[in-house]
Design a protein around this ligand. Structure first.
Ligand code: CFM
Length: 552
């Protein structure tokens, strides 16, 4: 397979021009809103040194605008801690927060045996009522923690705060400390992840990362067998992605100590500081853990991407280069050579049917970037993309980090002060290794971001609104849009196929080699189905809903 390198990609020229499209999107807003949105809608331009234009992100959504975003509680309880099967996650709050965040994300898990614990199918909530809002909810929380302990005897219990908890001032951390001490054999910890705590779920990721790092990582020093030990950070096993990656890593002879947090368990987190390399898949949600582990234990990290067959091969080779072991290198090459023919066969079959078609991707904080690679492998162009809640470094690369201003919303979230562990800090590589890696083109602690890997002339839109999505469809009629469940049906009713890139529309995996095959086939079916052009949305037939009062 040979794809054009990003520096060889021709700029996209769209009709109407992207500048016109931008003006069109902004024209419907009041002046002040348009001024703000103008900084979040950018025409991409990649300079030879990969420098890209500045984009505003991680700022509050303007009230009244329909956004795709979720809340801080969702980012903490749902995204980062949700996929860990043996921690009892108790939502402290009204029942709705617990119920509607229960099993809605397709993070799969596979306990090693039927006897091993898996609490993911349970919904734990303190079911706060008016009485707790008025008189405080700590008593009820303690009862809930006790009940969970008595019923399940778990290794750990996490308490997740919803909005009212912060408003009435319940101290979940004090409750956690008290109950932990009382039990003696169960680690109890709390998260101040009230939904309103940040501008999006991104704040919840940070809070979750801090909690996992402070309360779990480093608790178990047992050295596991294995020559090449890694952790995989920011892989959440949606639709079985982590299973496919576990298969590949095992075949390559690489020992996976812990994934954060797809198909993970408490003990793996506790032991994760014994790994020699951290791989970051989703930079947005987990870069904090990688940085803290490097500072405290001396574990370096590299950015990888297992979405796309070429990207997977490249990432496996990166790991081999890092460990610099001929046997590992040979095995990695064997695995790639074994897997690629099947990928190639499907790619060759579908590419003539997909080539030249266009995609728009508006997803989360990393997938709008990673999935461009998969589309490119079958000849499709991403003409517009954006994140819901990412920060500037996810768009423009980590080079912008030193210049980022910390605003009041970000200051709201605790920054842990981490220092090298007096006994266990041990740098895994020396200066000579660093020079060797640099020579081989492997950048440590580096991430270039989405825009440098997109074509010039493409539109980049942060925190896209429903209105902007609908206008873009009218302007460009893309062949497919990748986004989430909230957008899905409006897009489909407009006659454009829509692929859910959060839940995968109940399909997957899409990671690794087998995942790429699944994806090629599904996209081929979707963009080549004739059904879409026959669709007429209800509002196209009858643009206005009329109603009258009963007395009329
Ligand atoms: Fe990371 Fe994610 Fe994403 Fe994310 Fe998410 Fe997700 Fe996502 Mo939905 S952790 S940033 S908060 S890759 S749940 S597995 S699909 S928005 S692009």
């Amino acid at each position: 397979m040979s794809l054009a390198k990003k520096e060889e990609l021709d700029p996209i020229i769209l009709e109407p021009s992207v500048e016109e499209a931008k003006q069109e999107l902004l024209s419907k807003y009041p002046t002040k809103v348009a001024r703000k949105r103008a900084k979040q809608i950018v025409v991409n331009e990649v300079a030879p040194d990969s420098c890209v234009p500045e984009i505003q992100s991680n700022v509050r959504t303007i009230p009244g605008i329909i956004s795709q975003r979720g809340c801080t509680y969702a980012g903490c309880k749902g995204v980062v801690l949700g996929p860990t099967r043996d921690i009892v996650n108790i939502t402290h709050g009204p029942i709705g927060c617990g119920f509607y965040s229960w099993l809605t994300r397709r993070n799969q898990t596979k306990p090693p045996s039927p006897k091993d614990e898996n609490f993911m199918m349970y919904c734990f909530s303190t079911d706060m009522q008016e009485e707790q809002i008025v008189f405080g909810g700590e008593k009820k929380l303690k009862q809930a923690v006790q009940e969970a302990y008595d019923l399940f005897k778990p290794k750990a219990i996490g308490i997740f705060s919803t909005c009212p908890v912060g408003l009435i001032g319940d101290d979940v951390h004090a409750v956690a400390r008290e109950m932990k001490e009382k039990f003696g054999d169960c680690n109890v910890f709390g998260f101040s992840c009230e939904g309103y705590k940040g501008v999006s779920q991104s704040a919840g990721h940070h809070i979750a990362n801090n909690g996992v790092f402070a309360h779990i990582v480093g608790l178990d020093d047992t050295e596991r067998e294995g020559k090449f030990k890694i952790n995989m950070l920011g892989e959440y096993n949606i639709g079985g992605d982590a299973f496919e990656l576990e298969r590949l890593l095992e075949d390559c002879g690489i020992t996976l100590i812990s994934t954060f947090s797809g198909n993970s368990c408490y003990d793996n987190f506790a032991n994760s500081h014994t790994a020699d390399l951290n791989l970051i898949m989703c930079h947005r949600s987990i870069n904090y853990v990688a940085e803290m582990m490097e500072t405290k234990f001396g574990i370096p990290w590299i950015k990888v991407n297992f979405i796309g067959a070429e990207a997977t091969a490249k990432s496996l080779r990166k790991i081999a280069t890092f460990f610099d072991d001929p046997e590992l290198t040979a095995r990695v090459e064997e695995v790639i050579a074994r897997e690629m023919p099947a990928v190639e066969a499907v790619r060759e079959e579908v590419t003539p049917r997909c080539k030249g078609k266009t995609a728009m991707l508006f997803v989360g904080g990393s997938r709008a970037h990673h999935y461009q690679e998969l589309f490119r492998e079958i000849g499709m162009e991403t003409i517009a993309a954006g994140y819901e809640f990412a920060h500037r470094d996810d768009y423009e690369g980590r080079r912008v980090l030193p210049g980022l201003k910390v605003d009041a919303d970000s200051r709201n979230i605790e920054e842990l002060h981490v220092e090298p562990d007096p006994e266990r800090y041990q740098p895994r590589i020396n200066e000579a290794d660093k020079a060797r890696l640099e020579e081989a083109g492997i950048k440590l602690s580096e991430y270039e971001g989405m825009m440098a890997e997109m074509q010039s002339g493409a539109l980049v839109i942060d925190d896209i609104s429903q209105f902007e999505t609908e206008r873009l469809i009218e302007l460009y009629r893309p062949d497919i849009i990748g986004a989430g469940i909230k957008e899905k049906y409006v897009i489909q009713k407009s006659g454009v196929p829509m692929k859910q890139l959060h839940s995968y529309d109940y399909s997957g995996p899409y990671a690794g080699f087998r995942g790429a095959i699944n994806f090629y086939r599904e996209i081929d079916r979707m963009v080549n189905s004739k059904v879409w052009k026959y669709l007429k949305a209800p509002w196209q037939k009858r643009p206005e809903l009329a109603a009258k009062y009963v007395w009329e």
